[in-house]
Design a protein. Structure first.
Length: 102
């Protein structure tokens, strides 16, 4: 499992920055998805989506870990440089916590 998380950390940025296809994932969304998956993984479940109005990650079993303070504003996640850094830090911390727990 550690290898899968490590692979995600290495591979997702390459996928995010790839110019092929019409869908673009922002750095904020990439960190949100990765960090959310690790946060849900720590709770024994997996990532489903996120709720910017509630400022939470939504896990497949219904648990809702909080996103970092200041990331959501007026029911949205606006990817400013500060929000991007906050989500990146949150993602890395969740990844470290997940790897340490498994």
């Amino acid at each position: 499992m550690k290898l899968a998380v490590f692979a995600m950390v290495l591979i997702l940025p390459a996928v995010v920055s790839a110019e092929s296809g019409t869908q673009h994932i922002s750095n904020c969304e990439g960190s949100l998805i990765q960090g959310g998956d690790a946060a849900c993984g720590l709770l024994g479940t997996s990532y489903s989506t996120y709720d910017p109005k509630d400022c939470t990650v939504v896990c497949k079993d219904g648990q809702r870990p909080k996103l970092p303070k200041g990331v959501c504003l007026n029911g949205k996640v606006t990817c400013t440089s500060d929000v991007e850094q906050e989500l990146e830090d949150w993602n890395l911390q969740n990844q470290e916590d997940y790897i340490g727990a498994h």
